[in-house]
Design a protein around this ligand. Sequence first.
Ligand SMILES: O=C(O)CCC(=O)C(=O)O
Length: 258
Amino acid sequence: MQPATAPNVRPLPADLVAGYRRDGFCVVRGLLSADACAEYRAECLRLCEENDLLRNQPGSKYRAALIQRVNVWRDSPVIARLTLHRQLCAWATALAGEPLRLWHDHILAKAPRNGAPTEFHQDQPYWPHRDSAQPISAWIALQDVPVERGCMSFIPGSQRLTGLGSTDLTDAGGLFALRPELAMEPRVTIPLRAGDVTFHHGRTAHRANANDTDEYRVAHTVIYMPRTTTYSGTGHCITDGQNFATGQVLSGELFPEI
Ligand SMILES: O=C(O)CCC(=O)C(=O)O
């Protein structure tokens, strides 16, 4: 694990950590320089052009909302630098409050004028995880992302809702059909400058607007899980074919400790 006090690592203010633990999300400004964002964004677009998770399903509703390429750190040394960025990992560990390992990263791009938001959902129900109280995602903006380009919105405190099933992230009513009271909760929308990061807990309800601009919206997202996380046995593109037994700790070279 990278100690949060390592040289060149900027510690997070205590009130920001407290806000994350209360609300289930926070924003940290200025992880990356403009030059670094430009390099990573170009690499993300190149990688998505080469291949993406749903290339075989053109026209799918899901692909209209998101062009997604998973476990990119394994394929690109450039993106590996970002996924395993010392500062990012130190911040995630400080926010989660326990030792973490990588679950997976993914590029999440929205095509210009895609007309499709990513609707409210929790992330954890999609994952084959048990014993994972503090999963955390870092969503890194690789260009300025105002509301019109598809920045994220969060429902504060929703990380405390456990046991919900996964919902269709192209269905605006999916999460609210499970928990109608959430529809009346305040939402916090956070436009980001290039190089800023939002962190959210794996159960914090969140959405992103459609991209109403003429440029691709490119975010790189890194998901970390507690080192004690075990395999639930359900299907997922990261673990399928990896021969994990139900109940086994998800460890090994796919899931490096950070
Ligand atoms: O980038 C998006 O549109 C949605 C991101 C998201 O759902 C996530 O990072 O968990």
